[in-house]
Ligand binder design. Sequence first.
Ligand SMILES: [Zn+2]
Length: 234
Amino acid sequence: MVFRKSFRGSLVRGSVTATTLGLGPLRALPLKLVILMLRLMNTPSGTFDAVPLEALFPDAGVADLDRIRRSADAIDGAQVSRKPQVWQWFPQHVTFPGRAKAGTPEVLLAEVSLYDEGGDWLEVSLDVEWTEEGLLSVWSAISVACWCEVDHNAHYIDPVERTVVGTTSLADAFETSADRFIQWLTGPRDPEFWRARASFPLGSRSGRLRCSSRSAGPLRDASPGMDERSWEAN
Ligand SMILES: [Zn+2]
């Protein structure tokens, strides 16, 4: 178990609002809705057959891209909903954007909400992203709402990360994360199970009110494709 400092925490603490993000006209809307709108406006998304793989990963070979497509097919086949996975992609991150911006720049992202009720949530995600060294990396984790006394908002449990370097190809890295993603998709959907497993405080059924500006579900950075995980905390 690894805890990564989450940008979500600052959102929950109320230091970031639609107003501070320069979205004054939208300030009457819940921040989660604002961020969702921004993502829908700015971010291409669709099932994997719509993902422009060759354009996103110009350095990957045909065989590698075929392996990635097969992994994506396996993810579709593992969906409890029977609906194909929706992916988001970020053409502005085809080349390494540098370290100037906060957060982790994502190139391709899949997220599935496994539980979202009563302020508690469980989510699994997989993304291809840039490391701070400018290498591609495939990262996947299951994340769960935090019920600690000090509210961290989210905890990532058992993250898998493989960097594309040396003999590790993008397909190698993608397959590893996709396999784990599928295990999580088909595994327990009870947030308490995951908190117990990682020795985080249980709480969603203790009666303690969760003090949060967010009613349910993890918040996202308003910059499309900039994951809230902080490089500094890695
Ligand atoms: Zn916590």
